[in-house]
Write a protein that binds this ligand. Structure first.
Ligand code: SF4
Length: 361
């Protein structure tokens, strides 16, 4: 990234430490690629959770401390004894005949957790594995990198990559249960989107044919701590992710448009100043933000009365009609449509007429 861009983003963040992207934030970013606010907050490494809370609109999602502890314990369990439980599951799920496997811990390099160092080490190890047709190997916590709108993002993964016969498989360990072979659809969909981010980062590093589109999801079975595994095909998520990544505006362009000296440092500004500064970053609120972005309650509050709050379908249908009041005026014929509102106005008038006759009948 260009030095000026880095400097502008650092100014925006202020003195608070930068927060890293992860697969969840990349997946969410691409879910709303038109949002300049989120793109800049994430590129600057701003802690959106803290910012939203400071502005009086704390996020209401994320894992509870209890769920995080449970998740960590489950992950440690399936990796214990040289990945014994994982190996058994992979034999069954991928149909592999494996007597034993090696393991490489890539969480640090000689006690050093520096991202650049870890990424270099991970890249070397993964390339050597797929090039050399090594023995099957688990790579624990490899650090990956992905270009997100011109910003190199390190992915702090909570994953294992399993290499066998020149092909890597992403293995995601999650603590939500699979009960009677059924799991919470929303959680599985989120896991698939996150896994697709890892698959894409690995494919860009190693080549498409070196990384399987089937990821292995490992979860507790029924109401026990026993793990079970299922394969998920993430081809659809990959296509969507690549498409959305290409639509993301380049960070350099967005950072170049920031007013000089704009800062969102909660340590130096009052909530009123923060709110004013934040309002210069254009948001594009949609109901899906509620499940994926820490700023959602604030952006929803700002967007009250806008047609955007009614979802992407309504936004597309009502292109050029920004507020609910305008839409009602056009529907009832009390407002004259602007040139770019003619099509939406005709549709609104027709809809109002049909609803009106249905209600009268
Ligand atoms: S909640 Fe706000 S900042 Fe986050 S993606 Fe939606 S519009 Fe953008």
């Amino acid at each position: 990234m260009h030095h000026d861009t880095q400097e502008r983003l650092r100014q925006l963040r202020g003195a608070t430490p930068a927060k890293s992207h992860n697969a969840r934030t990349v997946a969410a970013l691409t879910g709303n690629p038109g949002c300049v606010r989120r793109a800049l907050l994430d590129a600057a490494g701003i802690d959106k959770d803290t910012l939203a809370a400071r502005l009086g609109f704390p996020a209401r999602f994320g894992q509870s401390p209890f769920a995080i502890t449970r998740g960590n314990a489950f992950e440690a369990q399936v990796k214990a004894n040289g990945f014994a439980q994982l190996l058994t599951l992979l034999r069954e799920t991928l149909g592999l005949e494996l007597a034993e496997v090696g393991a490489q811990d890539l969480e640090e390099v000689g006690g050093n957790k520096n991202s650049e160092l870890r990424y270099t080490r991970s890249r070397q190890a993964l390339k050597a594995a797929v090039d050399g047709r090594d023995a099957p190997t688990f790579f624990d916590h490899p650090l990956l990198r992905l270009d997100v709108g011109g910003n190199d993002v390190y992915l702090e993964p909570d994953l294992v990559a399993f290499h066998h016969d020149g092909v890597l498989h992403v293995v995601e360990i999650k603590s939500f249960a699979i009960i009677d072979n059924q799991a919470d659809g929303t959680k599985v969909a989120a896991a698939a989107r996150q896994s697709a981010v890892y698959v894409l980062a690995l494919r860009r590093l190693l080549g498409d044919d070196k990384v399987s589109h089937e990821v292995v999801l490992v979860c507790p079975k029924d109401f026990s701590n026993q793990p079970t595994a299922v394969k998920i095909d993430v081809r659809k998520q990959l296509i969507n992710l690549e498409h959305q990544l290409t639509r993301l505006a380049r960070i350099e362009t967005l950072a170049g448009q920031l007013p000089d000296g704009l800062s969102l440092d909660p340590g130096t500004h009052s909530p009123a100043e923060l709110l004013e500064n934040l309002s210069t970053l254009e948001a594009r609120y949609a109901p899906a933000c509620l499940a994926s972005c820490e700023m959602a309650f604030l952006c929803r509050h700002e967007a009250t009365g806008c047609t955007d709050t009614l979802g992407a379908t309504v936004r597309e249908e009502l292109g050029g009609v920004e507020t609910v009041t305008e839409a009602l005026g056009l529907a009832h014929g009390t407002r004259v449509p602007a040139d770019d509102q003619q099509e939406a106005a005709t549709m609104l008038r027709n809809t109002a007429r049909i609803y009106g006759s249905a209600a009268a009948a």
